[in-house]
Write a protein that binds this ligand. Structure first.
Ligand code: NCD
Length: 311
């Protein structure tokens, strides 16, 4: 049962619970009409202390498509945050008005701190360079729908593996499935943090390799997960400029990949996928963004414990 729970880390949900969530998302995809009033009378608060397009809009669209209402801010300076209010006071206040809250914050662990001082379910929508569990749900639903499951996959993750929170969360969720291996493609400076390498991959004896060259590993990948170099987390602009265009997936590189390799990207993209790849049937990133709305509909219903209602 997910009712009343938080989603702060990708591993907060078991494999069985995830399966239920995917099944519910699939029912919504098959028959969205049936869910049009599932969250009638409920209110979702979106507290975004950092920019967002897909995560905030997909949460808001998800709640509206379930018949619920949305309050919140996308610009913290338009709220009492500008007056110096702490996140714990903000969440206590929001809990007086809303039934669940989604928080994106530049500080690692901020959603966890907020969740600790309320009974209202809290969802982490990205905390600094740490985790982004609902992007992971989006990625997993995409793989499940397009591939049928998570076993026996070789997954390449490319780009900013150091600061890219979507990568950390995806590895944390996927290593639990049978016969999964990872190919980590990044420059030396942007390699995966130790807490993922040591505490997840090495500790659980998950096969992985760390490489700098994308071309040489492309032919063996089932999935290529591209990421943006996270400019906002760099200490100096010079390093960013030096590293930002290190990997660009284009039509020529796609020729090296398998016919059925899936290209995923959490978006926004900057230069790391050339627009000519968009028409390739293997490019699934915009479809992925749509799955993101459906999985968030399933997540909201599950945390609130609501059922489809007669319309
Ligand atoms: C990602 C994020 O915010 O971490 N975006 C998203 O939520 N789809 C990836 C990114 O910003 O590069």
């Amino acid at each position: 049962m997910l009712k009343g729970r938080n989603l702060l880390e990708p591993m907060d949900f078991t494999i069985e619970e995830l399966k239920e969530l995917f099944n519910l998302a699939d029912q919504i995809i098959q028959n969205p009409e049936l869910f049009r009033k599932a969250c009638d009378g409920k209110i979702l608060a979106t507290l975004f202390y950092e920019p967002s397009t897909r995560t905030r809009f997909s949460f808001e669209a998800a709640m509206l498509r379930l018949g619920g209402q949305v309050i919140g801010f996308s610009e913290p300076n338009s709220s009492s945050v500008a007056k110096g209010e702490s996140i714990t006071d903000t969440i206590r206040t929001v809990a007086c008005y809303a039934d669940l809250a989604v928080i994106r914050h530049p500080k690692e662990g901020a959603p966890k701190v907020a969740a600790a001082c309320t009974d209202m379910p809290v969802i982490n929508a990205g905390d600094g360079g740490h985790q982004h569990p609902t992007q992971t749900l989006t990625d997993l639903l995409t793989i499940w729908k397009e591939r049928g499951g998570f076993e026996n996959l070789t997954i390449g993750l490319c780009g900013d593996l150091k600061f890219g929170r979507t990568v950390h969360s995806l590895i944390k969720a996927l290593y639990r499935y049978k016969n999964v291996s990872f190919v980590l493609i990044s420059p030396e400076e942007l390699r995966i943090p130790d807490y993922v390498r040591k505490e997840i991959l090495i500790k659980n004896k998950i096969p992985f390799e760390e490489v700098e060259n994308m071309q040489e590993v492309l032919p063996k990948l089932d999935i290529l997960y591209m990421t943006r170099v996270q400019r906002e987390r760099f200490f100096n602009e010079e390093d960013y400029v030096r590293l930002k265009d290190r990997y660009i997936l284009d039509g020529a590189k796609m020729k090296l990949a398998r016919e059925d390799m899936m290209v995923l990207h959490p978006l926004p993209r900057v230069n790391e996928i050339s627009v000519e790849v968009d028409d390739d049937p293997r490019a699934l990133y915009f479809k992925q963004a749509r799955y993101g709305m459906y999985i968030r509909m399933a997540l909201i219903m599950s945390l609130l414990g609501t059922e489809p209602k007669e319309v």
